[in-house]
Design a protein around this ligand. Structure first.
Ligand code: CS2
Length: 490
């Protein structure tokens, strides 16, 4: 197999598509913070396409790794060895696939190695957009929409001379830009949050104001924070996947990735320092991302969680495996049609029943084999984003709340880390402090509902719902999630 780097790019097997532009003639105009699989399979693909268009060579990406751990060091080393190149294999539901080498990330900076240098890199006048995927829980904005200035991680970063968080790096880079007269860059969030541009604006501006009021005011005045809706199912990549993907491509890529063939990106057209011609490569620009985002978060992401939490308890491992369970499919079909849809105002021309159908079709894609554990991870940060509006709508309307009560019961039981056949799994709940998790694990099955996850759900007004969640939890503990789901009689 042939190793992947700029030197071998023209010698790769014919089934592998390669960048249709000369990478040496491009310069980064975008800096992306936190270069995970999703960014590499989504934004970097659109940028790869745009770089091949006339006059668009100034929009390559400099990736910025924020974490300070062995995984990040390895990522940076591979990025260097492979000159930022990697393969993306896109699988259609009929198992046909396309393999391409993406070349959009032409430079990689491991911020932890030299934070001041990373700040200077962002401050370079050629950078027009700083985009980010720092996860749903990464914005430190609470249920009432306030940035958590008192959170220890934030409070500490505010005191550091050279900060370490995304907020700190961006604030200090913008200070240099203001002082040098370079002007602002756009800060573009690509995380799954409701009204993500506003959340990003709140987070970055509040942080900056707390650090330096005058700078904060300048940022509020000059920087734009477009909202975005991003969509592409991108599973985690195991060692076995690496071997499988490399065998398929014939390329010895140390960090290959795969995704479904579906992709969508809708962006609010609000760029204070210009933007690439992304509309030419499939991105939709709009004045109001809200309706797109409602549909995506409350249908796709919400039903992903609605599948993953019970699915894990029922001993399934991947989405397509769980989708072979008729009980779970009925749960999702009804959740989408009866619980989520009634409170959604879709964009013009979008049919919610078609969308629901398409979501289930995407979940069935056998080649993607997305992991339930990946989807369940950080549920404490995701559920407030994905489920809150639906739950509030159902409860307020006095509608049938069985499915959401079951989903909530499964979430609380999932926190115990054990399937119904007593197999254990490793939880990844960075947004859930131990004290909050303890609330879910005690003998009083109602106290779990007092966790911050449910803030704003006004559950105290719905005792019948609370009672049902408790009953369902008891049932899951004694009879298992599968039996409990059957007894729901959906
Ligand atoms: C998933 C998302 O992690 C999750 O909760 O629902 O990663 C999902 O796959 C993407 O948002 C799809 O666009």
């Amino acid at each position: 197999m042939i190793a992947l780097s700029s030197a071998t790019l023209r010698q790769l097997p014919p089934q592998v598509l390669t960048p249709a532009y000369d990478r040496s003639k491009t310069t980064p105009g975008i800096a992306h913070l936190a270069v995970g699989n999703f960014h590499r399979a989504h934004q970097a693909l659109y940028v790869d396409r745009v770089l091949a268009r006339p006059g668009q060579q100034d929009w390559a990406i400099v990736g910025v790794g924020l974490r300070d751990n062995a995984r990040e060091t390895r990522r940076a080393a591979i990025m260097a060895e492979q000159n930022g190149l990697y393969t993306l294999t896109e699988f259609a539901p009929d198992n046909t696939h396309t393999i391409r080498v993406l070349g959009a990330i032409t430079e990689y900076v491991q911020a932890a190695k030299d934070r001041a240098a990373a700040i200077r890199r962002l401050a370079d006048p050629t950078i027009k957009i700083v985009s980010l995927t720092i996860t749903e829980g990464g914005y430190y904005v609470d249920a009432s929409g306030e940035f958590m200035l008192n959170d220890p991680a934030i409070a500490e970063d505010l005191r550091r001379a050279v900060p370490e968080t995304a907020f700190g790096l961006v604030t200090e880079a913008l200070r240099l830009r203001r002082d040098n007269g370079t002007g602002p860059f756009t800060v573009m969030t690509c995380d799954n949050l409701r009204d993500n541009g506003t959340v990003a604006r709140t987070a970055f501006c509040t942080f900056a104001e707390a650090r330096d009021p005058a700078l904060g005011a300048w940022i509020r005045e000059n920087v734009t924070f477009p909202s975005t809706m991003v969509d592409r199912i991108t599973p985690s990549v195991s060692e076995a996947d690496v071997a499988r993907l490399d065998a398929l491509s014939g390329v010895a890529d140390q960090m290959p990735l795969f995704a479904e063939d579906f992709t969508q990106w809708v962006i609010e057209d609000k760029f204070c320092a210009g933007r690439p011609e992304l509309e030419a490569v499939g991105v939709e620009f709009t004045d109001d991302v809200g309706p797109y985002e409602q549909v995506k978060l409350r249908m796709l992401n919400a039903s992903h969680s609605m599948l993953a939490l019970p699915g894990l308890l029922m001993d399934y491992d991947t989405v397509p495996h769980a989708m072979a369970d008729a009980g779970l499919v009925t749960l999702l079909e009804q959740f989408l049609a009866q619980d989520a849809s009634p409170s959604i105002t879709p964009p013009k021309g979008v049919s919610l029943s078609d969308y629901a159908h398409q979501v289930l079709h995407r979940f069935r894609n056998p080649a993607v084999g997305d992991q339930l554990l990946r989807i369940a991870s950080d549920s404490a940060s995701k559920l407030p984003v994905f489920w809150t509006d639906t739950v509030k709508g159902v409860l307020k309307a006095g509608a049938d709340h069985r499915r959401i009560a079951f989903g909530v019961a499964c979430f609380l039981e999932y926190l115990r880390g054990q399937t119904e056949s007593q197999k254990t799994y490793t939880l990844s709940e960075p947004g859930l402090p131990d004290a909050a998790r303890a609330l879910a694990l005690g003998d009083d099955l109602a106290t779990g509902l007092t966790m911050p996850v449910f803030a704003g759900w006004t559950l105290e007004q719905y005792p019948a719902f609370v009672e049902d969640v408790v009953k369902l939890r008891r049932s899951i503990r004694t009879q298992g999630a599968r039996q409990t789901l059957t007894q729901l009689g959906l």
